[in-house]
Design a protein around this ligand. Structure first.
Ligand SMILES: *[C@@H]1O[C@H](CO)[C@@H](O)[C@H](O)[C@H]1NC(C)=O
Ligand SMILES: *[C@@H]1O[C@H](CO)[C@@H](O)[C@H](O)[C@H]1NC(C)=O
Ligand SMILES: *[C@@H]1O[C@H](CO)[C@@H](O)[C@H](O)[C@H]1NC(C)=O
Ligand SMILES: *[C@@H]1O[C@H](CO)[C@@H](O)[C@H](O)[C@H]1NC(C)=O
Ligand SMILES: *[C@@H]1O[C@H](CO)[C@@H](O)[C@H](O)[C@H]1NC(C)=O
Ligand SMILES: *[C@@H]1O[C@H](CO)[C@@H](O)[C@H](O)[C@H]1NC(C)=O
Ligand SMILES: *[C@@H]1O[C@H](CO)[C@@H](O)[C@H](O)[C@H]1NC(C)=O
Ligand SMILES: *[C@@H]1O[C@H](CO)[C@@H](O)[C@H](O)[C@H]1NC(C)=O
Ligand SMILES: *[C@@H]1O[C@H](CO)[C@@H](O)[C@H](O)[C@H]1NC(C)=O
Ligand SMILES: *[C@@H]1O[C@H](CO)[C@@H](O)[C@H](O)[C@H]1NC(C)=O
Ligand SMILES: *[C@@H]1O[C@H](CO)[C@@H](O)[C@H](O)[C@H]1NC(C)=O
Ligand SMILES: *[C@@H]1O[C@H](CO)[C@@H](O)[C@H](O)[C@H]1NC(C)=O
Ligand SMILES: [Cu+2]
Length: 576
C-alpha cells in the first residue's frame, strides 16, 4: 500500500536534486549567403549558418559554456540578455563595457551559470548593429523540467517565436554611414519584419521558404516563447482568432494575464500559452510595428511580418485569416498590456525591496550635440552643424576604446583613470517641464559626450525614476539593465509626481523585468538590489539610440567575500 504514496514523492525528490549539467555549444560566427524577399542572395553575419542562430536550452542551475569562434570579418561579442552573470561578469558581453571585442580569427569562451531564473531569455551580438542577424533564444526550464512549470495547462509543445527586422543592405555598413556622417537619416527603415528569421507572405515575394509555419492540433496548448530581437521597433503581436495567457516576461513568471495582443519592445520576452481552440484552418501570426514617437519620428516600415498557424486537417493552401489590425500609434493598447502585468509571487523568490538606499531621477531621451572627431564625414556646415545625440540626465554615453570598463575597474583606480569618471548624476542638471512641447529648446537639447558611471556599494538598494523628455520628440525607450532584474513599481504619462505616484506603487507583486518600455512622454519607477559586483550597462535597447549615447554604467563594488567579488578575468579574455 505504500507504493502509490511513495512513488510521486520519490519522483519529486529525484527531480529536485537532479544534477546541474553543463550545456556546451560552439558558435561559429561567419558568413551566410541568404536570399530574402526574393532578392538576390547576399552575405550576412550569422551563427552556425542559421538565422536565427541555435537555441541554448538549459535548466535552472546549469552551467552554460559557449565557444565563440569568430570567422566573420567583424569584431564580435555576444551578450546573454537577461542572464544575471553573478560571479561571471566577464561573460556578459557588451563590447568595451565588460570585454574588448573578439577580433576576426580569434576565439573566446563564455562560461556562466543560469541560476535563480527561469523562462525565456536570448543572446545577441553586442557590437555595432550586428545583432540584426546574430541572435537566438536562451531557454531556462525549471530544475524539475517542464512538469514543474507554475502554470497550467502544461503545454503540449513549446515554440520560440523570435521577432526581428531585416535589411536588404549590409547592416554594418549602414551603421558606419550613420556614425561617420552623424546623420541618422542614413539608416533606412527595415525592409521587413521577420518571425523566426522569415518575413512571411505579405511582402512582394511568394517563395515558399519565406514563411515560418507552426503546425498545431485542435485543442492542444502551446507555450510561445516570444522574443523581440528587432533593432529599433516595438511590436504588436497577434494570432488571428486566438488569444493568449501570458505566464512570464523577461524570464520571470507573471500572474496569468489574458489578452488578444502581446506588446513587446526590443529586448523584452513574453511567455504566453495559446490554445488551438479555433476552427480547423490557417491563421496568420502577425508582428506589426508600434511607433510611439510624438511628433512622428523617422520613417518606419508600416508592414506586417507574418507566420502561419496551420491546424492538422486544414486544406494546406487556403488563405489564412488576418488578425484585426492594431494602429501603429496605439499607445493605449501598449500601455494597457505593459502596465497590467504583475509578478507571480512564489515562495523563495526575491520580492521587491521595501527600503531604498539610493534614489535617482533620470531623464531619458533625444537631444543634439557636436560632431565627434571620429565622425570624419560629419557635415559641419549649414543647418546640420549639430547632430542627433541621446542622453540620460543630459550625459551622452561614449564607449572607451583602449580597454574595457570592467578591466579598468578590476585593475583599480590607476587603470580606470582616463577610462571613466564616477560622476553620473542622480538628478538632471536642470529641472524643467520635461514633457512640454515648449521645453524643446536649443539650450535643453544640447548634450556632450562622456563616460560616466554611478558607483554603488555591494547590496545597495536603488530606486530609479526613468523620465522621458520632449526634447526632439517623446518616445517609449526600452531601457535595459544588465546584471539584474528590477521591479517595476509604477508607470504613467507626463511629468513624474512623487506625491501622486508613491501611494500607488505596487509593493506586493510588481512585475520583474530586465527591460522596461518607459511610456512615451511618461515615466517608470524601478527598484533593484545591487547584489552583483561588476560593471553593468544600462541603455536604450533601440540600437539607433544606444549608438547616440542613451546609456550609462553602474559600477557595483565588491562585497566582503570572494563569492561577492569580481573574480580574475578568464585567461582567454580578448585584449584590445
Ligand atoms: C530560400 O531558398 C532559396 C533557394 O534555395 C535560397 O537561395 C534562399 O537563401 C532561401 N531563403 C531562406 C530565407 O531560407
Ligand atoms: C557555477 O556552477 C558550478 C557547478 O555547480 C560551480 O562549481 C561554480 O562555482 C558556479 N560558478 C559561479 C560563478 O557561481
Ligand atoms: C578557434 O577555435 C577553432 C575551433 O575550435 C580552432 O580551429 C582555432 O584554431 C581557434 N583559433 C584560435 C586563434 O585560437
Ligand atoms: C475541442 O474541444 C471542443 C470543446 O471542448 C470540442 O467540441 C471538440 O470536439 C474538440 N476537438 C477535438 C479535435 O478534440
Ligand atoms: C476569425 O475572426 C474574424 C474576426 O476577427 C471573424 O470574422 C472570422 O469569422 C473568424 N474566423 C473563424 C474561422 O473563426
Ligand atoms: C497589416 O495587418 C493588418 C491587420 O493586422 C492589416 O489591417 C494591414 O492592412 C496589414 N498591412 C499590410 C501592409 O499588409
Ligand atoms: C494615430 O495616427 C492617425 C493617423 O496617422 C491619427 O489620425 C491618430 O490621431 C493617431 N492617434 C493617436 C492616438 O495619436
Ligand atoms: C489594464 O490597464 C488599464 C489602464 O491602461 C486599465 O484600464 C485596465 O482595466 C487594466 N486591466 C486589464 C485587465 O487590462
Ligand atoms: C551639409 O549641409 C548643408 C546644409 O544643410 C548642405 O547644403 C550640404 O549639401 C551638406 N553637405 C554634404 C556633404 O552633405
Ligand atoms: C528653455 O526651456 C527652459 C525650460 O522650460 C527655460 O528655462 C529656458 O529659459 C529655455 N531657454 C531658451 C533659450 O528658450
Ligand atoms: C546582502 O543582502 C542579503 C539579502 O538581504 C544578505 O543576506 C547579505 O548578508 C547581504 N550581504 C552584505 C555583505 O551586506
Ligand atoms: C576591432 O577591435 C580592435 C580591438 O579593440 C580595434 O583595435 C579595432 O579598431 C576594431 N576594428 C574595427 C573595424 O572596429
Ligand atoms: Cu531609445
Amino acid at each position: 500500500m505504500a507504493w502509490p504514496w511513495l512513488l510521486p514523492f520519490g519522483l519529486f525528490f529525484v527531480a529536485s536534486v537532479a544534477q546541474a549539467a553543463v550545456v556546451e555549444h560552439t558558435f561559429n560566427v561567419g558568413n551566410l549567403s541568404i536570399s530574402q524577399l526574393c532578392q538576390p542572395a547576399r552575405i550576412i553575419t550569422a551563427v552556425n549558418g542559421r538565422l536565427p542562430g541555435p537555441t541554448v536550452e538549459a535548466r535552472e542551475g546549469d552551467t552554460v559554456v559557449v565557444h565563440l569562434v569568430n570567422e566573420s570579418p567583424y569584431n564580435m561579442t555576444i551578450h546573454w540578455h537577461g542572464v544575471f552573470q553573478r560571479g561571471s561578469p566577464w561573460a556578459d558581453g557588451p563590447a568595451m563595457v565588460t570585454q574588448c571585442p573578439v577580433q576576426p580569427g580569434a576565439n573566446y569562451t563564455y562560461r556562466f551559470n543560469v541560476t535563480d531564473q527561469e523562462g525565456t531569455l536570448w543572446w545577441h551580438a553586442h557590437i555595432s548593429f550586428l545583432r540584426a542577424t546574430v541572435y537566438g533564444a536562451l531557454v531556462i526550464r525549471p530544475r524539475g523540467g517542464a512538469g514543474a512549470y507554475p502554470f497550467s495547462p502544461k503545454p503540449h509543445r513549446e515554440d520560440t517565436v523570435i521577432l526581428g527586422e531585416w535589411w536588404n543592405a549590409n547592416v554594418y555598413d549602414l551603421q558606419q554611414q550613420v556614425f561617420l556622417t552623424g546623420d541618422t537619416t542614413r539608416m533606412p527603415p527595415a525592409d521587413a519584419y521577420t518571425i523566426n528569421g522569415k518575413p512571411g507572405d505579405l511582402y512582394n515575394c511568394s517563395a515558399a521558404n519565406q514563411t515560418y509555419k507552426f503546425p498545431v492540433r485542435s485543442n492542444e496548448t502551446y507555450l510561445l516563447r516570444i522574443i523581440n530581437a528587432a533593432l529599433n521597433t516595438p511590436m504588436f503581436f497577434k494570432v488571428a482568432n486566438h488569444t493568449f495567457t501570458v505566464v512570464g516576461a523577461d524570464a520571470a513568471y507573471t500572474t496569468p494575464y489574458e489578452t488578444d495582443v502581446v506588446v513587446i519592445a526590443p529586448g523584452q520576452t513574453v511567455d504566453a500559452l495559446m490554445v488551438a481552440g479555433a476552427a480547423v484552418g490557417r491563421y496568420y501570426m502577425a508582428a506589426s510595428p508600434y511607433d510611439s514617437a510624438i511628433p512622428q519620428g523617422p520613417p518606419f516600415s508600416m508592414t506586417n511580418g507574418t507566420a502561419i498557424v496551420e491546424y492538422a486537417g486544414s486544406a494546406g493552401e487556403e488563405k489564412p485569416q488576418l488578425p484585426p489590425r492594431t494602429e501603429y500609434n496605439d499607445t493605449d493598447t501598449a500601455f494597457r498590456f505593459l502596465s497590467n502585468l504583475t509578478a507571480l509571487v512564489l515562495p523563495g523568490k526575491p520580492t521587491v525591496p521595501l527600503s531604498v538606499d539610493t534614489r535617482m531621477f533620470v531623464t531619458v531621451g533625444l537631444g543634439n550635440g557636436d560632431c565627434q572627431p571620429k565622425q570624419t564625414l560629419c557635415n559641419t556646415t549649414g543647418t546640420r552643424s549639430r547632430i542627433f545625440s541621446a542622453s540620460m540626465n543630459n550625459a551622452s554615453f561614449l564607449l572607451p576604446d583602449a580597454v574595457s570598463m570592467l578591466q579598468a575597474h578590476y585593475y583599480g583606480d590607476a587603470a580606470s583613470a582616463g577610462v571613466y569618471t564616477r560622476d553620473f548624476p542622480d538628478w538632471p542638471p536642470v529641472i524643467f517641464d520635461y514633457t512640454a512641447d515648449a521645453s524643446d529648446n536649443d539650450t535643453l537639447k544640447y548634450t556632450t559626450k562622456s563616460t560616466k558611471v554611478r558607483t554603488l556599494r555591494y547590496n545597495e538598494t536603488v530606486e530609479m525614476v526613468l523620465q522621458n523628455t520632449r526634447l526632439i520628440g517623446k518616445e517609449s525607450h526600452p531601457m535595459h539593465l544588465h546584471g539584474f532584474n528590477f521591479f517595476v513599481l509604477a508607470q504613467g504619462f507626463g511629468n513624474y509626481d512623487e506625491a501622486a505616484a508613491a501611494p500607488r506603487f505596487n509593493l506586493v507583486n510588481p512585475q520583474e523585468r530586465n527591460t522596461v518600455a518607459v511610456p512615451t512622454g511618461g515615466w517608470a519607477v524601478i527598484r533593484f538590489v545591487a547584489n552583483n559586483p561588476g560593471m553593468w550597462f544600462m541603455h536604450c535597447h533601440f540600437d539607433a539610440h544606444l549608438d547616440l549615447g542613451l546609456a550609462m554604467v553602474f559600477e557595483v563594488q565588491d562585497g566582503p567575500t570572494a563569492e561577492t567579488s569580481v573574480p580574475p578575468p578568464p585567461l582567454d579574455l580578448p585584449q584590445c
